[in-house]
Ligand binder design. Structure first.
Ligand SMILES: NC(=O)C1=CN([C@@H]2O[C@H](COP(=O)(O)OP(=O)(O)OC[C@H]3O[C@@H](n4cnc5c(N)ncnc54)[C@H](O)[C@@H]3O)[C@@H](O)[C@H]2O)C=CC1
Ligand SMILES: O=C(CO)COP(=O)(O)O
Length: 308
């Protein structure tokens, strides 16, 4: 049955999600902070609200939506991949705190917006503690060009999509320095162990990090110049400053903020995150790209323990 749905955030991802939903026959109200639109009117009567704003916009927007109020049963879908700098919370946690009575569904997967916009096939995950809500979103969003899987681990699903952005910066550095395929394979594999380690401490399930929203998204973003986070790393390796790289990319690269928040989390919880640590040092100009590689290669020798 065709529905009227709201998408909050008219950036690259919000726009492509609206194309996918319109393709399935649904009517879309696309809200942007830049347009003179009433948020209350945009939300009214919509059974599903999709948020695709950058993490920095989520806390204020979630408070606004709470003040307006939603009809009982309205589902909130969070498509943001980031960590809030102030609270270290994920976007879905911010939404759930503000909308405690409403089902929250996390949407995350290897989903480079430009490929999906071009009509290329892709798959994603919708995860929630409320399986009915995840199934509803699956039915509404799935099509012959966008395969949607449900999942029961929203925290792990969202962490996979969020943590891989930091690794994508490192992968961009690796390619920018022309370190070759062996180096990048090692980087991606060790990074998967690293983010499984922090992800499970934060409450995600180990197996989730080996699925579409973990390994899947890691492979997509670490191997595609379409990834803005990869582009940040690539440009840093070519000698651009972070400020120039971000300005030229022009869209959100969540990995930069995530590296900062992750550094605080790793310190607080005493978790070893060597790759994320070097990314943090690099974006703060404490090491050069070559020094970051050297530091990773010269760490104390140890046995390999995949996934840990
Ligand atoms: N572009 C992609 O391929 C994908 C992006 N994502 C995630 O979706 C989120 C949005 O990314 P994009 O649309 O690509 O970025 P974008 O830079 O194209 O758009 C960002 C959106 O967030 C809004 N926004 C930014 N700061 C805000 C603030 N302070 N208050 C309110 N709204 C604010 C902007 O107005 C815009 O609508 C990010 O978390 C990203 O990681 C997830 C999957 C794929
Ligand atoms: O999350 C994404 C693909 O799944 C988009 O990656 P970037 O934000 O690095 O472009």
């Amino acid at each position: 049955m065709p529905l009227t749905l709201t998408i909050l955030g008219a950036g690259a991802w919000g726009t492509v999600l609206s194309f996918l939903l319109e393709h399935n026959g649904h009517k879309i109200r696309l809200w942007s902070r830049r347009h003179d639109q009433s948020l209350a009117a945009t939300l009214e009567g919509c059974p599903i609200i999709v948020s695709a704003v950058s993490i920095k916009g989520v806390p204020a927007l979630a408070r606004q939506v709470r003040q307006i109020g939603l009809a009982p049963g309205t589902i909130l879908v969070s498509a943001t991949k980031g960590l809030d700098g102030e609270t270290t919370c994920l976007a879905s946690q911010i939404w759930q705190e503000n909308l405690p009575e409403h089902p929250v569904v996390v949407l995350s997967g290897p989903n480079l917006a430009k490929e999906i916009k071009a009509g290329l096939p892709a798959a994603t995950v919708v995860a929630s503690h409320q399986p009915d809500a995840a199934q509803t979103v699956q039915q509404v969003l799935a099509s012959e060009r966008f395969r949607v899987y449900t999942h029961h681990d929203p925290l792990g699903t969202e962490l996979g999509g969020t943590l891989k952005n930091v690794v994508a910066i490192a992968a961009g550095v690796s390619d920018g320095l022309e370190l070759g395929t062996n180096a990048k394979s090692a980087l991606i594999t060790r990074a998967l162990s690293e983010f499984t380690r922090v992800g499970t401490v934060l409450g995600g399930k180990t197996e989730t990090f080996f699925g579409l929203s973990g390994l899947g998204d890691l492979l997509a973003t670490c191997n595609s110049p379409l990834s803005r986070n990869y582009q940040v790393g690539f440009r840093l390796a070519q000698g651009q400053s972070l400020e120039t790289a971000l300005a030229e990319i022009g869209e959100t690269a969540e990995g930069v903020n995530t590296a900062n928040v992750l550094f605080d989390i790793a310190q607080q919880k005493n978790i070893s995150m060597p790759i994320a640590h070097q990314v943090y040092l690099l974006i703060h100009k404490k090491v050069t790209p070559s020094q970051a590689v050297e530091a990773l290669m010269e760490r104390e020798l140890k046995p390999e323990t995949p996934g840990a």
